[in-house]
Design a protein around this ligand. Structure first.
Ligand code: ADP
Length: 257
């Protein structure tokens, strides 16, 4: 896989919901070949940022590009970018196989890929059951299968660990690392620092919509003694003041890169 077309670039990205500045002049770059964790407390702006990267929300300022293009400009989006935004984003009456088959047909993806991704996520046995009967963990697996359907070079996954049991968490971690090792860009959000420490090589940390760190996991733990300490110190002010339009972080002082 080539690399430049798989780079995610976020520049000056800003989104306001009434009094809430959800994302505030955010800038970072996500490169292929490693798992990049997108870390921040609940409400920090991770989902909003990912939605803007995927063209689902319009920024008030700034932009997000994938391989130099906005998501909407991609010719075959499903084959270029795989996304998981929320679990259970499919029709409950349809089986996993039917859901994936319909998506494959609409996107000129070979039917054989459906069985392949069902196998990859461990849903082969349950593939013909109605997805509405799935546990949250199984729904997440179907979400990951959907993201992988087009064999994309870029993956954007919002809290994929939610609802997975320990075996599922380990499975997903191994999968994400192998996808990155194949040269893909893997951008995965979480509010769980421990999980990110095991999964990601790099971390983009945000608090109150602003960048507070953009560095390697190793560097961040070394600077603060532990990753947990780093996370709490870097994001504490943002958590306290979350939800108001007041910004409490001085990015210049607090950003590590
Ligand atoms: P995270 O994914 O880090 O938990 P979000 O991006 O979901 O954070 O939310 C960031 C902030 O924007 C929060 O204060 C949230 O309440 C607010 N927000 C997100 N989406 C909306 C929306 N559609 N309308 C109003 N406020 C929103």
């Amino acid at each position: 896989m080539s690399s430049e077309e798989h780079v995610i670039e976020v520049r000056g990205l800003t989104k306001r919901y009434r009094a809430t500045l959800a994302v505030d002049a955010l800038g970072f770059t996500v490169r292929p070949g490693t798992v990049t964790g997108f870390l921040g407390p609940n409400g920090a702006g991770k989902s909003t940022t990912m939605r803007m990267i995927l063209g689902l929300d319009a920024p008030d300022a700034g932009h997000a590009r994938i391989g130099g293009r906005r998501y909407r400009e991609l010719h075959r989006p499903l084959r270029e970018v795989g996304a998981l935004l929320e679990a259970k984003a499919f029709h409950p009456g349809r089986s996993a196989a039917a859901h994936l088959t319909a998506l494959a047909a609409a996107n000129e993806i070979p039917r054989s890929r459906v069985e392949e991704v069902l196998g990859l996520v461990g849903l082969t046995e349950a593939a013909r059951r109605r997805a509405g009967t799935y546990s949250l963990g199984m729904a997440q697996r179907l979400g990951v299968a959907t993201a992988l359907l087009g064999d994309p070079g870029v993956l954007v996954l919002d809290e994929p660990v939610n609802g997975l049991d320990p075996e599922g968490i380990r499975w997903l971690r191994t999968l994400l690392r192998s996808l990155a090792a194949e040269g893909r860009t893997v951008f995965v959000s979480s509010h769980l620092i421990g999980e990110m420490a095991l999964t990601a090589d790099r971390l983009v940390v945000i608090g109150a919509g602003r960048l507070v760190a953009d560095t390697s996991v190793a560097d961040l733990s070394a600077r603060y003694g532990s990753l947990e300490e780093a996370f709490l110190r870097l994001t504490s002010a943002s958590t306290e003041f979350r939800g108001s339009s007041a910004r409490t972080l001085d990015a210049g002082e607090r950003t590590i890169s």
